[in-house]
Write a protein that binds this ligand. Structure first.
Ligand code: PLP
Length: 378
């Protein structure tokens, strides 16, 4: 093992301002479900361009989105295999049938042509993922969704702060889900959110994430019982993000522009420093998008991914593979999903390695990543 410090593929950036924001809440009257929640959701809506509901994780955001829509065994969800398992598993757990559509060869985002082939009258949701931070092809996916009356869900766990045709991620799809895990573009430790311009959809999702409880007079069957009264018209779960973590989120949001620009700077630097290295394919950026880069995922050609992964890790560089094709996991394989289903995704998976990318990564640390990679491939 190398004695140089470990450089992980992603990590948080925490400064005194973030710590002070959390400490202030700890000294106050509310630890959860107080004013910091409302403040965070308001600030988030500003950045995302649509109203937001905070929840305890990106997984909770997906579960609340699918659950709030009332997805069940008569529904189908078309999604990508190149994602964290929750994009698919949270819908499968509700009984919905998952149809995997292959990805585009360049961005590794869900391929609209492949989506078209998986649509049926039962399609309730098409769920794309902004892989690495690069927004999905909204203009191609929107008419496909409309053609069967499906909703477009954008899993934007990687991409808050990015834009598509000048419009912010969060204002593009019917439902956008976010994650604030420490490796993501901003953090609340654990945390997530759902964003939607559709007031009714967001109300149902919020209710699911708040134990199914309603208090507003116009939602109650018995509105005149007294001020203590609430009702549970449908089942839900407690996915509330506490004030302590929302305060961290609000502080982090003020720093998001600097996170996004530093990540872009590092991506441009990787692109330059690795341009001439044979046996490597670098991430692409399509015209009209301004990604908030979460991953710098390169493709190692010539069957050398495992070798590069092991040698980078042995040199103290915490590379990662994002992602194992979702339907390879036993829970899907045992339900009949077979290898070979999405060949573009599977080929990409066999080559992918995420190099360290985070706002606090220094130029000299990045140089160490590049030099180590050159030493292996050069
Ligand atoms: C991280 C992530 C999630 C889940 O978020 P958690 O906060 O870790 O639960 C979902 N989808 C994608 C694409 C992710 O990267």
């Amino acid at each position: 093992m190398s004695s140089a410090p470990w450089l992980n593929y992603g990590r948080q950036s925490i400064v005194e301002q973030d710590i002070a924001a959390v400490a202030e809440v700890l000294r106050g009257d509310w630890l959860t479900t107080g004013p910091a929640v409302e403040a965070f959701e308001k600030a988030l809506a500003q950045v995302a361009g649509a109203p937001a509901v905070s929840v305890t994780s990106g997984t909770a955001a997906l579960h609340a989105a699918y659950g709030g829509l009332g997805l069940g065994p008569s529904d189908e969800v078309v999604t990508t295999p190149i994602t964290f398992v929750a994009t698919a598993s949270c819908a499968a757990q509700l009984g919905a049938k998952i149809r995997f559509a292959d990805v585009c060869e360049d961005t590794l985002n869900i391929d609209p042509a492949a989506v078209a082939a998986e649509l049926t009258p039962q399609t309730a949701v098409v769920a794309g993922v902004d892989y690495g931070g690069h927004p999905i092809d909204i203009d191609a996916l929107r008419p496909l969704c409309d053609s069967v009356g499906a909703l477009l869900l954008e899993d934007a766990a990687h991409s808050i702060g990015g834009t598509y045709q000048g419009r912010p991620v969060g204002s593009l799809a019917d439902i956008t889900t976010l994650s604030f895990f420490p490796t993501k573009n901003l953090t609340t430790a654990e945390g997530g959110a759902i964003v939607s311009p559709d007031e009714d959809v967001l109300r149902r999702i919020r209710r699911f994430a708040r134990i199914g409880m309603v208090r507003a007079k116009d939602e109650l069957q018995h509105p005149d019982e007294g001020d203590w009264w609430y009702e549970v018209p449908e089942f839900g779960l407690n996915y509330r993000l506490p004030d302590v973590l929302c305060a961290l989120g609000t502080s982090q949001l003020t720093r998001l522009p600097s996170f996004v620009s530093r990540r872009a700077e590092l991506v441009a630097r990787y692109n330059t420093l690795l341009a001439d290295l044979d046996g490597l394919r670098l991430p692409v950026q399509r015209e009209g998008v301004d990604p908030a880069w979460h991953l710098y995922a390169v493709r190692v050609l010539g069957g050398r991914r495992r070798e590069v992964f092991d040698k980078m890790r042995a040199s103290g560089i915490g590379v990662q593979v994002n992602y194992i094709p979702v339907y390879w996991h036993p829970v899907f394989a045992e339900a009949g999903y077979q290898r070979g289903l999405c060949p573009v995704a599977e080929q990409a998976y066999s080559e992918l390695i995420s190099l360290p990318l985070y706002a606090d990564l220094t130029d000299s640390e990045q140089d160490r990543v590049v030099d180590t990679l050159r030493g292996i491939l050069g």
